[in-house]
Design a protein around this ligand. Structure first.
Ligand code: PMP
Length: 352
């Protein structure tokens, strides 16, 4: 081992590639499930006002203003049911750091969010992927585990499929598992249902949320965890001291208060998604009905990578995903109607 080698567990790590992030303007960007809309006016005003605030001071380490507002809006008993983070990716890092020791195991469904595996690798932990059954159902074994299993992560809606596991099944999973069940609700605002009430009846259910998708704030990095105060208190002890910066906290507080804006925007995007699904099916794609702000589709030709390249050449970015031993396809984010039409017209041209 040389003087500057990283820990052996990290030597085989590949960079996390969430998708291309070109400079703004050149592409129609339907590859990373961001909102195509600007955030609500209240957020812009709050950030402008905050620019003359105490930028020379460290921010509130517990993002109290956000937690107060979020607990009110989400109907939680108190702000102690919320832990704020620098994007839900940081929350996931805190969860893996907190629960999964070296050599212990976390479980995720397959295919789903790749970052969970990366976090396990960084921790020197093991991961176990349970393939979804046909129709994106979970096998019974997803809810079974031994003492080595320290954390189970379930995106709901799932990415890349956009499908959901029903709430009663999630409650049963939590009851049968020997460890915490993290329900990653990055896309739940688009689904019309969520597991927030389960955190009160099941103290091993923890729900993660983000402001990056439905609240149109991917650029500011803000996410949060909802769970029992006893657990969140302990997790709060292992986060970075000032993990949420002042401007992000101000913006997130204004955003979570803008519930009318959220409902309208989600409604618009869900209508666009329905149109997109219909048109993709007319073009011959197999479309998985989505409850999120993206659509997973495959084409009988199997030419997904070529379609991705063709779209890119024509300034439209979608996500080509290839899951070993499972298959590949395109994950297309819901953009504005105009953006989605541009993408659909190009796919039609490719296929004609
Ligand atoms: N969970 C899932 C399932 C996601 O797709 C994403 C977005 N890449 C995240 C969490 C992370 O969101 P953020 O860090 O922007 O809050």
């Amino acid at each position: 081992m040389s003087k500057t080698d990283l820990r052996p567990a990290l030597s085989r790590m590949l960079p996390y590639t969430p998708g291309e992030q070109p400079p703004p303007g050149k592409f129609i960007k339907l590859n990373t499930n961001e909102s195509p809309y600007p955030p609500p006016q209240e957020v812009i005003r709050a950030i402008q006002d905050a620019a003359t605030g105490p930028l020379n001071r460290y921010p509130d380490p517990t993002a109290r203003s956000f937690r107060n507002e979020a607990s009110r809006v989400l109907g939680l008993p108190s702000p102690d049911w919320i832990l704020a983070g620098n994007g839900s990716d940081e929350i996931l890092t805190i969860l893996v750091r907190g629960f999964v020791g070296e050599g212990q195991k976390l479980r995720l469904p397959y295919p789903s969010y790749i970052l969970y595996r990366t976090l396990a690798d960084i921790q020197g932990a093991r991961w176990e992927q349970t393939p979804f059954l046909d129709g994106w159902h979970l096998p019974t074994m997803f809810g079974q585990g031994d003492a080595d299993l320290r954390l189970v992560l379930l995106p709901n809606p799932n990415s890349p499929s956009g499908t959901i596991v029903p709430k009663d099944e999630i409650a049963k999973l939590a009851e049968s598992l020997p460890c915490p069940l993290v329900v990653d609700e990055a896309y739940a605002d688009f689904a019309g249902d969520n597991c927030l009430d389960l955190v009160r009846s099941h103290d091993n259910i923890l729900v993660t949320r983000t402001l990056s998708k439905s609240y149109a704030l991917a650029g500011i990095r803000f996410g949060f965890l909802v769970g029992s105060p006893a657990i969140l208190g302990k997790l709060g002890n292992i986060k970075d001291s000032y993990n949420c910066d002042y401007l992000a906290t101000v913006a997130a507080t204004a955003a979570i208060g803008a519930q009318d804006w959220l409902r309208e925007t989600v409604e618009t995007m869900n209508q666009t998604r329905a149109r997109m699904e219909t048109r993709l099916a007319e073009l011959g794609f197999n479309v998985t009905p989505s409850k999120a702000n993206f659509v997973w589709c495959t084409h009988p030709s199997g030419e997904h990578e070529a379609m991705h390249q063709f779209l890119k050449k024509n300034q439209v970015l979608v996500r080509y995903m290839n899951f070993p031993d499972w298959g590949d396809g395109l994950r297309i984010s819901v953009g504005t109607d105009q953006q989605v039409d541009a993408c659909l017209m190009l796919l039609e041209r490719y296929l004609s």
